[in-house]
Write a protein that binds this ligand. Structure first.
Ligand SMILES: Cc1cc2nc3c(=O)[nH]c(=O)nc-3n(C[C@H](O)[C@H](O)[C@H](O)COP(=O)(O)OP(=O)(O)OC[C@H]3O[C@@H](n4cnc5c(N)ncnc54)[C@H](O)[C@@H]3O)c2cc1C
Length: 408
C-alpha cells in the first residue's frame, strides 16, 4: 500500500537508489510520507566509489546524512589534479582544502556508494521502503495511477516519481522510450585495497591521468581503506550499460599499455573491474505527465566526467520535495514547477559532461600542448562555480544569484 500523508496525496517513488531514497528523505523532512518501491530484494549499491562535490555535500548535510557518513568518507585535500599519461607530470591541481569550504560552504568528499546509500536510507522510515517491487508499467485511472509490478502485484498512487535509473520504466510509460546512441566509450571501475596501492594513490586527492583516447581517475574511499579507480576507454562495440557487467584486470590493463608504470602497477592491483558502456541520450524537453514525473538518471542521464550524476539526483530530490510541500493541493502544477526549475540546469550539465571526453582524450600534439598549457592557467573550482554553488531554496525563491565569492 502506498502510504498517505494525513489528508494528502499518496506518493509512490519507483526506484530506491541515491535519487529515490533522497526524494523520500527530503519529503519526510517536509512532513510528507512517500513509499519507495525498489526492484532489488535488498538495498545495495554496486559500482564502488563516487565523488561528493560541494553542491551534493550541502544537500547531504541538510539531510543529516553527511555526519552519518563521516566515518566512511574521505575529505579531499586536492582535486582536479591532472597528470600526463606517459610520465605522471602534474599539469595542474586544485587545493580543495584551502578553497572549497570558503567558496561553496562545503568540502569535497568521496565515499563508497553502498555507504552513501545506507546513510540516506537511515533518514527514511523502514516501513516506507518496499523491496522486491519491479515496476513494469503505469496506468492512469482518472486522477490516480495504478503501478504494475513484475510479479503481478499492483499499487495505487496519486503522485508517481520515477527514480528508476537510466533504463526507467516510468520514463517509458509517461514520456516514451529514450533512444540511446553508442558514445564509443566505456567505463572501467575497480577497487584496490589501500595496502596494495602506492603512496601517491592513497593521498586524499582526486587525480586524473589523461592521455590519447583514455583517461583514468583515482581517489581513496571508505576512510582510506580502498582506492577507487574509474577509467574511460574505447568501448569497442560493447553496449552493455549495467552496474553488474564485469571485465578482467588484463582487459583493463591492455587499455593503458605504455602508460606510466606507476599507473599500470595500480591497475594490476585491482579487484575484478566493472565495465559500463557509456550510451548517449539527448536531454528531455519535459519530465512530467500530470501527477507523474522523473528524477535523477531516469530524467537526465549524463556522462560522469563532472562527477555530477548523483549530485543532480540529490538536487532534484531537494527541489521536488519543496515544490510538493508548497503545492501539495495541486501536484501536477507542483511537478511542472519542479521540472521548470530543474531542466535548464541538468540539460547544461548533460551538455558540458558530453564535451569533456574530447578534451581529456587528445592525442599528443599541438592541441594537447595547448590544452596542457591552458590547464596550468585554469582554476576549475572557480570556473565550475555555477555547478557547485547551486542552492535549491534560492532556486525556488527565484533569487539564485552569482556567488560574489567566485566573481573576479
Ligand atoms: C562510471 C560512473 C562514475 C560515476 N561517478 C559519479 C560521481 O563521482 N559523482 C556523482 O555524483 N555521480 C557519479 N556517477 C553518476 C551516478 O552514479 C548516477 O547519476 C546516480 O547513481 C543516479 O542515481 P539514481 O538514483 O537516479 O539512479 P540509480 O542509481 O540507477 O538507481 C535507480 C534505482 O532504481 C531501481 N530500479 C530500476 N528499475 C526499476 C524498476 N523498474 N522498478 C523498481 N526499481 C527499479 C534500481 O535497482 C536502483 O536501485 C557516475 C556514473 C558512472 C557510470
Amino acid at each position: 500500500m502506498t502510504a498517505r500523508t494525513t489528508a494528502g496525496p499518496r506518493i509512490a517513488i519507483l526506484g530506491g537508489g541515491i535519487g529515490g531514497l533522497a526524494a523520500a528523505a527530503f519529503l519526510q523532512r517536509q512532513g510528507i510520507q512517500a513509499t519507495v518501491y525498489e526492484q532489488a530484494a535488498r538495498l545495495a549499491e554496486v559500482g564502488a566509489g563516487l565523488v561528493i562535490a560541494p553542491n551534493a555535500g550541502r544537500q547531504l548535510r541538510e539531510l543529516g546524512v553527511l555526519e552519518h557518513l563521516s566515518k566512511d568518507s574521505v575529505r579531499l585535500d586536492t582535486g582536479w589534479q591532472f597528470r600526463r599519461w606517459a610520465d605522471g607530470t602534474v599539469l595542474s591541481e586544485e587545493d580543495l582544502a584551502a578553497s572549497c569550504e570558503r567558496l561553496y560552504g562545503e568540502h569535497t568528499y568521496t565515499a563508497h556508494r553502498a555507504a552513501l546509500l545506507a546513510a540516506i536510507q537511515s533518514r527514511v522510515p523502514g516501513h516506507l521502503v518496499k523491496l522486491g517491487h519491479k515496476c513494469i508499467g503505469l496506468d492512469a485511472t482518472g486522477e490516480t495511477w495504478r503501478i504494475r509490478f513484475a510479479d503481478g502485484r499492483s499499487a495505487e498512487a496519486d503522485v508517481v516519481i520515477g527514480a528508476d535509473g537510466v533504463h526507467s520504466a516510468v520514463r517509458n510509460a509517461i514520456i516514451g522510450s529514450s533512444p540511446a546512441t553508442d558514445s564509443g566509450l566505456c567505463a572501467f571501475r575497480a577497487l584496490v585495497p589501500a595496502g596494495d596501492a602506492p603512496d601517491f594513490a592513497r593521498r586524499p586527492a582526486q587525480t586524473l591521468w589523461i592521455g590519447p583516447g583514455h583517461h583514468l581517475v583515482h581517489y581513496p574511499i571508505s576512510a582510506g581503506k580502498y582506492v577507487n579507480l574509474v577509467a574511460f576507454a574505447p568501448a569497442d562495440g560493447d553496449t552493455v550499460e549495467s552496474w553488474t557487467a564485469t571485465a578482467t584486470v588484463e582487459e583493463f590493463l591492455a587499455e593503458f599499455n605504455g602508460w606510466d608504470r606507476r599507473l599500470t602497477g595500480l591497475i594490476r592491483a585491482a579487484g575484478t573491474p566493472g565495465r559500463w558502456a557509456l550510451l548517449d541520450r539527448a536531454p528531455l524537453a519535459r519530465w512530467s505527465e500530470g501527477s507523474a514525473t522523473l528524477l535523477g538518471d531516469a530524467a537526465h542521464p549524463m556522462f560522469p566526467f563532472f562527477a555530477q550524476g548523483a549530485a543532480q539526483a540529490l538536487e532534484d530530490a531537494a527541489v521536488l520535495a519543496r515544490c510538493l510541500a508548497e503545492g501539495i493541493d495541486d501536484p501536477p502544477a507542483a511537478l511542472l514547477r519542479y521540472e521548470g526549475l530543474r531542466i535548464p540546469r541538468t540539460t547544461r550539465l548533460q551538455t558540458v559532461s558530453h564535451g569533456r571526453s574530447h578534451v581529456n582524450h587528445l592525442p599528443d600534439g599541438a592541441r594537447q600542448r595547448a590544452r596542457d598549457a591552458a590547464f596550468a592557467q585554469e582554476d576549475p573550482l572557480v570556473a565550475n562555480g555555477w555547478i557547485y554553488e547551486y542552492d535549491p531554496a534560492a532556486a525556488l525563491a527565484g533569487t539564485a544569484r552569482a556567488n560574489p565569492r567566485t566573481q573576479p
